[in-house]
Write a protein that binds this ligand. Structure first.
Ligand SMILES: Cc1cc2nc3c(=O)[nH]c(=O)nc-3n(C[C@H](O)[C@H](O)[C@H](O)COP(=O)(O)OP(=O)(O)OC[C@H]3O[C@@H](n4cnc5c(N)ncnc54)[C@H](O)[C@@H]3O)c2cc1C
Ligand code: FES
Length: 276
């Protein structure tokens, strides 16, 4: 049965940065959300800084940027949200350069999160910054539900793999340069996990090529999977149609119909213009 997702309050709200920590190319950004509802793993927020969000004094402001939350904790004054990001362009570079105490403007939580099937053992697969919603789902399964999960994480190199330790996630690791865990892609670990006719459900987030390999592996073995996809997002609430992706049922707006889609709704998880 599909679980209901929480709905975002109207408009943007202020969220002060509580801490910022860097690990190799990654940034852990923690912010206090005093007014938002508790999000579900796989949901996302649109973020921007309150000041200095654009191309200089005369420049046009950037659009807010979509980020999944990785961790949510109830603290004095609201929810502390942890975001996990890699600086790949001006928006993420500005967010990664935030100082403690600086004001963010956030909207969300948006979209559909993962729809946890408690009747089948969960196998969670992450690649790169796709680790964010996978940490959130693992927290939900282990800490909130007290259940077990298998987590498999792929990173490009050992410097990136160090970020996994900071989250304290118990997992199988694969690195492309072989500096930590299995040398190669995380999908090799998944293939091993799915040997001998597995009864699990797979939940995955990562670059399009990884998601497509996960989708194909699961489809061949008739294992259900849920994939958290990415596409460029301008609004986050269904108005601009900038985030549409093709599905077997026609186009879907990832911000409202996703970002998590069942694997069997996709002919391919490789979406033109998405992923980096
Ligand atoms: C639902 C959702 C959740 C996301 N969660 C995270 C997260 O937890 N951590 C994180 O680091 N990033 C996440 N992203 C990706 C993040 O939104 C983009 O990296 C960011 O918008 C890039 O902005 P920029 O100004 O830094 O770079 P740009 O100059 O806008 O882009 C730099 C490069 O990234 C590509 N790119 C831009 N936006 C996207 C996008 N939305 N999807 C794929 N490729 C893109 C561009 O084609 C370009 O090659 C998420 C995206 C979505 C849609
Ligand atoms: S981001 Fe505007 S419709 Fe999805």
């Amino acid at each position: 049965m599909t679980q209901a997702c929480v709905t975002a309050p109207f408009g943007r709200r202020s969220a002060p940065v509580r801490s910022i920590e860097r690990s190799g190319p990654y940034t852990f950004l923690r912010a206090l959300d005093a007014a938002g509802p508790k999000p579900r793993a796989g949901q996302f927020y649109m973020l921007q800084t309150a000041r200095g969000w654009g191309g200089g004094d005369d420049g046009r402001p950037y659009l807010p940027r979509a980020l999944s939350f990785a961790r949510v904790e109830q603290v004095n004054g609201g929810l502390e949200l942890t975001y996990f990001l890699e600086s790949v362009g001006p928006g993420t570079a500005r967010l990664a350069a935030c100082a403690t105490g600086e004001e963010l403007l956030i909207a969300g939580p948006f979209g559909n999160g993962f729809d946890l099937d408690r009747t089948r053992p969960p196998v969670l697969v992450a690649g790169g910054v796709g680790l964010a919603p996978i940490v959130a789902l693992d927290d939900k399964i282990r800490k909130t539900d007290g259940a077990r999960s298998t987590v498999l994480v792929g990173m490009r190199d050992g410097e990136r793999a160090a970020a996994i330790t900071k989250f304290g996630v118990e997992c199988g690791i694969a690195t492309e340069d072989g500096s930590a865990g299995h040398a190669g892609y995380v999908t090799a670990l998944l293939e091993r996990e799915l040997e001998d006719g597995h009864d699990s459900t797979v939940y995955a987030c990562g670059p399009p090529a990884m998601l497509e390999a996960v989708r194909a592996l699961c489809s061949e073995r008739e294992v259900p999977c849920q994939l958290a996809l990415e596409s460029g997002m301008a609004c986050g609430y269904g108005a601009c149609y900038g985030c549409v992706v093709p599905t077997v049922d026609g186009y879907a707006r990832l911000c409202v119909d996703g970002p998590v889609l069942p694997g069997d709704k996709l002919e391919t998880a490789i979406v033109k213009g998405a992923g980096h």
